[in-house]
Design a protein. Structure first.
Length: 243
């Protein structure tokens, strides 16, 4: 191995480690904010005990984040500042799936943190949950330039990571936000959000409720009640399965 290659490889490992450490740091801050003095799960679980427990799911998500590393599988890697992996409870009952990181998300490394994020947080709270009790991710983990729509090859390269997140979290319900998430999970580029929203479909055996993206609702606040009606259907089914 030549000196340049060795240096590159060392740099790549350093970047990958820094990115994973950043994710662990966020997780520690999250548990600290909840009032824990230490991680509320065993180190053994953290190091890899897989399973359907919350501990195993956290470990699996961390392994997945390590697998993504400093991903260069598509051209979006060229302009991004951070890979936006996802955030929330690894054992969440509801998973929200949006489109792709925007400017704020790219800078902060967390999905839905700007104005649209505030609207999503309000919706989650209105549904009776806290943001940290659900899981939030995007179809695409890196910001497309000028916030353009993700392209087909980018979705194809990245969706395997989302699929693995869904497998690990195994949510009871998925709520897709916007057209791109709907098109991706239905594998149908022609589907219209206006026609599909409010109607359940299934993805990987999980009931999925499609609704509008919060960024759309910021531009069209008159349609907020439609999204509220959509998530009511999820809450209804959830309540029925509880009883
Ligand atoms: S968008 Fe996904 S596939 Fe493309 S570089 Fe980012 S993490 Fe990798």
């Amino acid at each position: 191995m030549g000196r340049t290659l060795r240096l590159r490889s060392a740099e790549s490992m350093h970047n990958q480690r820094a990115s994973v450490i950043q994710d662990v740091k966020r997780m520690l801050e999250y548990y600290q904010a909840l009032g824990f003095d230490s991680m509320p799960f065993s180190t053994k679980a953290l190091l890899g005990a897989a399973g359907r427990s919350a501990d195993g799911k956290i470990a699996d998500l961390m392994h997945l984040r390590e697998e993504i590393g400093i991903c260069r599988r598509c051209k979006l890697s060229q302009g991004r500042k951070n890979i936006v992996f996802g955030t929330g409870n690894a054992d969440a009952r509801i998973m929200f799936i949006g489109e792709a990181p925007g400017k704020d998300e790219d800078l902060q490394g967390e999905p839905f943190v700007g104005e649209a994020g505030m609207l999503l947080t309000n919706l989650i709270e209105k549904m009776g949950f806290k943001r940290e009790t659900v899981y939030i991710a995007n179809i695409i983990k890196c910001r497309p330039p000028m916030n353009r729509d993700p392209e087909e090859d980018e979705i194809l390269s990245c969706r395997t990571f989302l699929d693995k997140q869904i497998d690990v979290i195994a949510p009871e319900f998925i709520i897709t936000l916007g057209r791109i998430a709907l098109m991706t999970l239905t594998n149908n580029n022609k589907i219209k959000i206006t026609a599909a929203r409010g109607n359940f479909f299934e993805y990987k055996g999980v009931p999925v409720m499609p609704t509008f993206h919060p960024a759309y609702l910021l531009r069209n606040p008159k349609d907020k009640w439609l999204t509220w009606a959509d998530v009511q259907k999820v809450l209804e089914r959830m309540n029925n399965s509880n009883s």
